[in-house]
Design a protein around this ligand. Structure first.
Ligand SMILES: [Zn+2]
Length: 449
């Protein structure tokens, strides 16, 4: 049954809760029970709206015998999900409930078709208010100077930053994804004390700053790809006194699935604009995240499989301004990046852990799994920092596998897989691509030859 809760809250949200400080003040006082009730009301309204206006949802619900009038939660949808495959194979018009005003594409690693997602300006403003609350929670204030180095080509990360900064009203300098030395030289005059960008680019900018000098930076907010703890520690060590935070998002969700807690214990996800779920968690709680976008009217996604693997964060309760919002742990990989091989069910997270304290190699690395003579052959490609000893690194990598992944070590000592560590000069692995594909399963190619 429709209630007044959802339209009333939306009105309050847009008109009275525009300032980030007010949003955090209110967020601190919301009860989990209220959030749950609001989520159910919004979810119910959204499912009915999508069934009326989107061909994809109308057809899918009809085929599965789902009656939108009876749906209040993900559980009510049984085994129905929206998948990346749906976005790739169906025309975008099937998903649209209203005309789009801004269109973006996913930067995904899979070949061929990019997923397209459309938004209205109103939706981007709405996301921006949540983003601003997240930034305020990390310490951003009106008097700060922000510089962003995002690439504008087809993806929405820079617009996520842009709309999140509008309610903050601080000075925002748009540097863009330009050559790191040029970005450093040009931003220097503004003395930005908050930096935003993608990890691989900001690492390069940090390398320049390490040589040429730093200024006080309050924090950095990085997103668009994963950041290993060793990279985070490196950036923080150069920009002394700065803290590096991550946001987690996808183009499908305007890059706004979650923002890191100031205590770094995972990402807070907005319970007011998102219903989130971890599908089929394993014994450690890890599973694929699925979500529904509650505040969208152009192209809402219902129970969308994100392909990102994470779990609910459990490491103690935080006391930040977003403490009532659910928190997810670091994303350990994507379902399409997990490779099941004789080394184990490996993910990029494994190699981040293995290389975490190996300072002689750079942050660009790649792992290729090939079909060996009998079992799999795993190649780890590393970039050497400055003429470090190959043998020393090899020993350190093996020692880390032994201490951090004992099962994997057992398989190795029994000869279940071959391990080949190959060394390359700096900056040779990433090439021109924005994202270095961390894990490559080359066995499939071998089969098809
Ligand atoms: Zn927190």
């Amino acid at each position: 049954m429709p209630t007044l809760l959802e339209p009333t809250f939306d009105w309050l949200d847009r008109h009275l809760l525009r300032s980030p400080a007010a949003r955090i003040w209110i967020a601190r006082r919301l009860s989990p029970r209220f959030i749950d009730r609001l989520q159910r009301a919004k979810f119910h309204a959204l499912v009915r709206y999508a069934a009326r206006h989107s061909k994809f949802y109308r057809d899918s619900f009809r085929e599965r015998g789902i009656d939108p009038r009876r749906i209040y939660s993900h559980a009510d949808l049984g085994d129905f999900f929206t998948t990346a495959q749906d976005l790739k194979t169906r025309p975008i018009e099937d998903f649209l409930c209203a005309p789009g005003e801004c269109g973006f594409e996913t930067t995904g690693t899979s070949m061929g078709v990019n997923k397209r997602v459309y938004f209205s300006y109103q939706e981007m403003f709405d996301y921006g208010r949540d983003g601003a609350a997240g930034l305020y929670n990390l310490g951003l204030r009106r008097e700060d100077v922000v510089l962003d180095g995002f690439d504008y080509s087809f993806w929405n990360a820079p617009f996520t930053a842009y709309y999140s900064l509008i309610p903050m009203r601080c000075l925002h300098i748009i540097g863009g994804f330009i050559e790191p030395k040029e970005l450093y030289d040009r931003m220097k005059v503004y003395r930005p004390n908050v930096l935003m960008g993608v990890p691989t680019h900001m690492v390069r900018v940090t390398e320049v700053a390490e040589k040429e000098g730093i200024w006080p930076v309050k924090f950095m907010l990085l997103g668009g790809e994963n950041l290993s703890e060793r990279t985070r520690a490196y950036i923080e060590s150069v920009w002394q006194g700065s803290r590096v935070f991550l946001c987690y998002g996808q183009t499908e969700n305007f890059g706004m699935s979650g923002i890191e807690c100031p205590q770094k214990g995972g990402y807070h996800v907005s319970g007011l604009s998102l219903v989130s779920e971890i599908i089929d968690p394993d014994e450690n709680g890890y599973g694929e995240m699925a979500y529904t976008t509650l505040n969208r009217s152009v192209m809402p996604l219902i129970r969308y499989r994100s392909a990102d693997i994470t779990r609910w964060a459990s490491n103690g309760d935080c006391d930040c301004g977003l403490k009532v919002m659910p928190r997810i742990d670091k994303v350990v990989g994507r379902t399409d990046e997990l490779i099941n091989c004789s080394m184990g069910n490996i993910s990029p997270f494994w190699f981040e852990e293995i290389l975490r304290d190996v300072p002689a190699v750079s942050n660009d690395w790649q792992v290729i799994v090939r079909r060996g003579e009998r079992d799999d052959a795993v190649e780890i490609h590393l970039e050497l920092n400055n003429g470090a000893s190959h043998e020393g690194i090899r020993q350190q990598v093996l020692a880390n596998i032994e201490s951090r992944f004992p099962d994997c070590w057992r398989y190795y000592t029994k000869g279940f897989f071959a391990l080949d560590i190959q060394f390359h000069p700096r900056h040779s692995l990433a090439g021109d691509g924005r994202k270095l594909r961390r894990l490559i399963d080359a066995r499939r190619d071998a089969w098809s030859q």
